[in-house]
Design a protein around this ligand. Structure first.
Ligand code: ATP
Length: 452
């Protein structure tokens, strides 16, 4: 990472802590590597992201349904899916400092890999390290009671395929969507929340006929690019990596990785994979249950193929923050130059939609009016009432958490400067810092149009 990129990342991490987006998990006890907590702003950002994804891929489509599966499933699921056997990274240990690293990510000097922790070259042969976190369900810590915390949400959608098909009465092609936690015992959690041990996924399993699989993979790639655009990540910032033959999972006929240009490098946000009929066939074989699809019209029975767009909530939230982060030099009313830190979130992703300020906190009529406006907007969107400090300072605080709009209630609002200005407020725009005067009666509709 260049020095500049490193500084940018440090500023982002510090802003996220300072303004309540992301905290280290168990911080007062020294934290826990690979685990993070989202604070009041972070949880709103993630919620906006998940809600919008759900709206786009479930509510706005006729061919999709949702589900919410358990994190812990019968161990047989992970045997059938191949995770118990093969969900592992090849690892090497440094014999000098005992650090463990992924074999495929070791730095090299003159073609020889070395330990990134101590520089030592005395490394063990690569060994498989299973990434699934274990626990026990039941009173005994026995092999029979061994369970895994799911490393992906996908499998629940395969094993419930038949139940969902029957209860939803969908016809091919149709999809199942799910958002939920996943766990991987990543050996090197790093790059902030990018590689965590506990994270959330937003996954789609889109079932189809074999002959439509490849075309639908391209279709979903396009849909997903549109989604990122609609949350404020332009196409120009996403690199599409068409995984070549030989590098894809053996069952996949096509896989695209969507990668975002993070300050720490171009890295995967989402994978769109055509997984053929591998998953359903594996579960048919291992469970002995029929998971085939019956086409009523053609009187045909077959195992559907599947296209899987699989995205990470935390990685997308981090991309949103990195994309939104900006600093610009501005001149205040007194002619002093200062740096304005802004998160330029798309209004639909912004944690707080509107800041609401009475011009002066010691004027009860202004305070009352401002509180009444805040209360009238609260059922419809997240607003933040603030009466502390100069208006300029209050704007800056909202800029730093990415609030797209601020409203100021002043003496015009309460009719002190004539009836024509009564019941109007100043609406201030985050990015341009422009201010306009609008009637209170239009406020809600204006804000809702921007955040929908
Ligand atoms: P990587 O190669 O970065 O480990 P992957 O290819 O193993 O990722 P998938 O198994 O395709 O990832 O998982 C789908 C999505 O889940 C990823 O695109 C990513 O957004 C998210 N994801 C996977 N592992 C993690 C993790 N450790 N921390 C945060 N998000 C993750």
């Amino acid at each position: 990472m260049s020095k500049e990129a490193q500084q940018r990342m440090e500023k982002i991490v510090s802003l996220c802590k300072r303004r309540g987006f992301i905290f280290q998990s168990s911080e007062i006890y020294g934290g826990l590597n690979g685990f993070w907590d989202y604070g009041p702003m972070g949880v709103e950002l993630k919620r906006n992201l998940k809600d919008f994804w759900w709206r786009r891929v479930v509510h706005e489509r006729e061919d999709m349904v949702g589900m919410d599966g358990a994190i812990i499933m019968n161990r047989a699921v992970w045997k059938a899916s191949g995770h118990e056997e093969t969900f592992s990274d090849p690892m090497v240990d440094c014999k000098t400092c005992k650090a463990r690293h992924r074999a495929d990510q070791l730095p090299k000097k003159d073609g020889v890999p070395y330990c990134p922790a101590c520089g030592g070259r005395d490394l063990t042969e690569p060994r498989a390290f299973n990434l699934m976190l274990k626990s026990y369900a039941g009173p005994l810590e026995s092999d029979e009671n061994l369970v895994y915390l799911r490393p992906e949400t996908a499998q629940a959608m395969f094993v419930q395929f038949k139940n969902i098909l029957e209860t939803s009465r969908k016809k091919l092609p149709f999809g199942i969507a799910q958002i939920g936690k996943a766990f991987r015992n990543e050996i090197n959690p790093r790059n902030y929340t990018f590689r965590s041990r506990e994270f959330e996924q937003m996954e789609i399993e889109y079932f189809c006929r074999a002959e439509d699989g490849l075309a639908l993979t391209d279709y979903w790639l396009e849909e997903r690019l549109k989604f990122y655009e609609d949350i404020g990540i332009p196409r120009s910032k996403i690199k599409i990596h068409d995984i070549p033959d030989g590098e894809r999972a053996f069952y996949s006929k096509k896989t695209y990785d969507l990668e975002y240009e993070f300050p720490f490098g171009v890295s995967e946000l989402e994978g769109v994979a055509y997984r053929t009929d591998y998953d359903l066939s594996a579960h048919i074989k291992h469970s002995g249950k029929p998971l085939e699809y019956f086409d009523d019209e053609k009187k045909e029975k077959f195992v559907p193929h599947v296209v899987e767009p699989s995205a990470g909530v935390d990685r997308t939230a981090l991309a949103l923050i990195c994309e939104a982060f900006d600093e610009e030099e501005v001149t205040d009313e007194k002619g002093n130059k200062e740096v304005r830190t802004i998160l330029r979130f798309h209004p639909r992703m912004a944690p707080v939609k509107c800041g609401i300020f009475p011009l002066l906190k010691n004027k009860p009529v202004l305070v009352e009016k401002a509180k009444a406006i805040a209360a009238s907007l609260r059922p419809h969107m997240m607003v933040f009432y603030d009466e502390a400090g100069a208006i300029g300072r209050r704007y800056r605080r909202q800029d730093e958490i990415g609030t797209p709009f601020c409203v100021t209630i002043d003496f015009d609002t309460i009719g002190e400067n004539g009836p024509e200005k009564a019941d109007t407020v100043t609406l201030r725009h985050r990015d341009s810092m422009e201010q306009e005067r609008i009637p209170i009666s239009e406020l809600r509709a204006r804000l809702e149009a921007a955040i929908f």
